[in-house]
Ligand binder design. Structure first.
Ligand code: SF4
Length: 339
């Protein structure tokens, strides 16, 4: 008997699925934690954070009690820090509006801060058996190749098209397994560059494979324009090894994380140019260290200028105590090399 697409896929999944800790549970809170961590994060890295997060916040009420700073310390190094801050907001909504019981149905989930169609579909299909297909990068790739879909995946309309297609393909008895199978198939077989067409179950029906155009799918309309930024951090150090740190405000990158005093310039600056901008007296310029750090839309060219100072009016922090504060990853790297 010929199996249909969803049955074939689920059969493959049951044999080949990756053993991941969040696949051992159907608790919406834990699935939510894993889904948010895994956005923009590799599975190997995500697994470590998943355990650490649940150890610190085993349930929604523990999470709702925390503050930004403590939470960002747990999240430190994962990037996209607004994800964590939205989780905190969502946990308080769940506590107030849902008596602390994390919802598992799509309509309630989609109303929570930081939860969009993808996350609501994943949680509701896995935990509540709801027929809600997920559309993520893996699904875009797999289906755009299978059906040779000539639509740019960075358009909102395309997402709607894939969602509708997902509704036609999804297994209505096992929607959670179907969704997880789609994601695993996209990341293990229909991979971005090293696609495994020779062992793919669907190659005889795959339109891109049969027309030798796999590499052309999926595609985007616009290329992302990368903005170059030049961040010059002033790292002061006193005789008793103290320094000055500040909390970042505003809505830009790294909101609520800590950093050293910052001078942002339009191009790379020499130490002499930076010295002209200083509003304090220093004893000695010690060193300059450069780090490059890539974000999705930004290339950060970071320089750390170290100055020895004697007196300082502001409140200073002991260098040994810096590990108590959440810092962005490139600053943390600089700090780790100090100790
Ligand atoms: S045949 Fe190749 S391109 Fe087509 S679905 Fe399979 S792995 Fe992807």
């Amino acid at each position: 008997m010929k199996l249909k697409f969803s049955e074939k896929l689920i059969e493959w999944y049951r044999v080949n699925k990756r053993n991941l800790p969040w696949r051992l549970t159907k608790q919406p809170y834990k699935i939510w934690v894993s889904e948010i961590i895994l956005q923009q994060t590799r599975i190997e890295q995500g697994e470590k954070y998943y355990y650490a997060f649940l150890e610190k916040y085993p349930n929604i009420s523990e999470l709702a009690k925390t503050n930004d700073e403590e939470l960002l310390k747990v999240w430190e190094g994962l990037g996209y820090y607004s994800r964590a801050l939205n989780m905190l907001k969502a946990s308080r909504v769940v506590l107030n509006n849902y008596k602390g019981i994390f919802p598992s149905n799509y309509d309630d989930l989609i109303k929570l801060p930081g939860i969009g169609d993808y996350t609501a579909s994943a949680i509701s299909s896995i935990c509540n058996n709801e027929v809600q297909p997920v559309v993520d990068g893996n699904v875009f790739r797999f289906l755009s190749r299978m059906f040779k879909i000539d639509l740019p995946i960075d358009k909102l309309k395309t997402k709607t098209y894939f969602k509708k297609l997902g509704f036609k393909l999804i297994d209505v008895v096992n929607p959670g397994d179907f969704n997880q199978a789609m994601m695993d198939y996209g990341s293990m077989v229909c991979r971005p560059k090293k696609f495994q067409c020779h062992k793919c179950l669907f190659s005889s029906n795959c339109k891109a494979f049969n027309s030798n155009t796999v590499m052309l799918y999926p595609f985007k309309e616009k290329r992302i324009k990368i903005k170059h930024r030049f961040l010059n951090y002033i790292f002061i150090i006193t005789n008793d090894r103290k320094t000055l740190i500040k909390k970042r405000n505003g809505n830009g990158i790294w909101k609520n994380l800590y950093e050293f005093p910052l001078i942002e310039t339009k191009k790379e600056s020499s130490v002499n140019e930076i010295i002209k901008e200083l509003d304090f007296k220093y004893l000695k310029f010690i060193s300059e260290k450069k780090i490059k750090h890539k974000l999705t839309h930004q290339q950060l060219n970071i320089s750390f200028f170290t100055f020895k100072v004697s007196n300082f009016d502001d409140d200073l922090t002991d260098i040994k105590a810096l590990s108590n504060y959440p810092f962005p990853r490139p600053i943390n790297k600089f700090i780790s090399e100090l100790v």
